[in-house]
Design a protein around this ligand. Structure first.
Ligand code: SAM
Length: 287
């Protein structure tokens, strides 16, 4: 019979994806590599030890590599590769390098001239997209900034993108992020909440951005766990000048009555006054 087993190779860095919830989502290939690598570097060695225990794997030496020691740990791993050892890297959950440590390690190892190989597997972004029904292009942003002003600025830069948008979010910030998505992207676009994927309380909920804050508020459980947020592409495409007109209008609306703000925004940007007046009405209603 064909033997597909591929143990870890000497002098090679193996980037190994691990489960995002259901621990049985670890591939046979990942098991082969984790069983045979001389060194398993991990974002959190205790988390990884738990995964290894579930799969009854006696791994090689476990060593930490996380956001705060990535450079120093990478230097040590390069020394190990140089001495002919095989190295595997795993983050806490999912695919390393996707909103997780791993990029600096990969860059350092590539610069040092050693081979790198991916062992594919779960990632929350791909898992959510597989059930989102997005047909066109999508843009993965990951975590939005924690500070409201910075978060809104990023969202404003994404308003006109003709793509679906994919974000990661943690439970303690889910409400403010949803409020900002609604305020900046408008109420019409679709949103898929992909919560606790592959776990016991997995939940998929599709709605519009206008309905999203109400759904979150309706049940404490809706705000628990880990989230991927998939926002559908805009149905009507805004061009660059529309985006600028909207930005100017939003600023003026903070200081002026609606009619005056629309009038002034039209003079400043050259956009049609009536269109801006309608937009101002919508923005006021959304507030
Ligand atoms: N490297 C991981 C990957 O490939 O998906 C992502 C790690 S990032 C630190 C953690 C974030 O991913 C969570 O805050 C959440 O937004 C998302 N995530 C991870 N597991 C998830 C799950 N089971 N369900 C929904 N979102 C998840």
């Amino acid at each position: 019979m064909f033997d597909a087993s591929q143990p870890a190779r000497p002098g090679v860095l193996h980037i190994v994806a691990t489960p995002i919830g259901n621990l049985r989502d670890l591939s046979q290939h990942a098991l082969d590599v984790l069983k045979t690598a001389d060194i398993v570097a991990a974002e959190d060695t205790r988390t990884t030890q738990g995964l290894l225990n579930v799969h009854q794997i006696q791994a090689g030496k476990l060593t930490p590599l996380h956001d705060h020691n990535e450079e120093i740990a990478a230097t040590r791993l390069i020394e190990a590769l140089r001495s002919g050892q095989s190295v595997a890297y795993v983050s806490d959950a999912g695919t390393p390098g996707i909103s997780d440590p791993g990029a600096r390690l990969v860059n350092a190892v590539r610069t040092a001239g050693f081979e790198i190989t991916p062992i594919p597997g779960p990632s929350a972004v791909a898992t959510a997209l597989s059930v989102a029904g997005i047909e066109g292009a999508w843009l993965f942003y990951g975590f939005l900034p924690a500070k409201p002003a910075a978060r809104r600025k990023v969202l404003e830069s994404l308003v006109a993108a003709p793509h679906a948008l994919v974000f990661y979010e943690a439970p303690h910030r889910i409400e403010e992020t949803i409020d900002d998505l609604y305020a900046v992207l408008g109420g019409e676009r679709t949103l898929l909440f992909a919560r606790e994927l592959t776990k016991k309380f997995e939940q998929l909920h599709a709605c519009t951005l206008a309905d999203a804050p109400g759904w979150l508020a309706a049940d404490d459980n809706h705000r628990r766990g880990e989230f991927v947020l998939v926002v559908g592409a805009p149905t009507t495409q805004l061009d660059e000048s529309d985006v600028e007109a909207r930005r100017v209008l939003e600023i003026l609306l903070e200081e002026l009555p609606l009619k005056q703000a629309a009038h002034l925004a039209a003079r400043l940007t050259g956009a049609r006054k009536n269109a801006l007046y309608d937009l101002a009405l919508t923005l006021k209603e959304e507030k």
